[in-house]
Design a protein around this ligand. Structure first.
Ligand code: I3P
Length: 109
């Protein structure tokens, strides 16, 4: 699965609160491949010239959990992703269908 999403970092690994200044929303082209969510600035992230940003923005989703973020009311169609290493992110998708699709894909991959 792939597509544009907005992402906000809430907690870094080991449940360490993401520092102020790195908690903003940012748009990424998100690709789920081999149990890794790759976040690229556009669709061309797997080109050789852009491969280095793969490493910085890859989220391993083995033993991760995605849930609809019904408690987050500032934006619509948002899900929360909790990873095995206790990081936490919010992702905003384009509509309710995309929201379900991302949540199911992450949880049942
Ligand atoms: C964050 C940015 C986020 C905001 C977050 C800010 O600032 O304004 O949009 O989250 O609030 O810290 P920065 O870009 O400097 O990191 P919301 O959109 O959810 O309000 P937070 O600290 O309450 O998470």
């Amino acid at each position: 699965k792939k597509g544009y999403v907005m992402r906000k970092c809430c907690y870094d690994a080991n449940a360490k609160k993401t520092p102020f200044g790195r908690r903003g929303w940012k748009m990424y082209y998100c690709t789920l491949r081999d149990l890794v969510l790759y976040l690229h600035k556009d669709e061309h992230g797997f080109r050789r010239s852009q491969l280095s940003d793969n490493l910085h923005n890859a989220i391993r989703i083995h033993h991760a959990l995605a849930t609809k973020a019904t408690d987050y009311t500032k934006k619509q169609h948002v899900f929360r992703l909790q990873t095995a290493d206790q990081a936490e992110y919010l992702f905003q998708t384009s509509d309710s269908k995309e929201l379900c699709s991302w949540v199911d894909t992450v949880n049942f991959v």
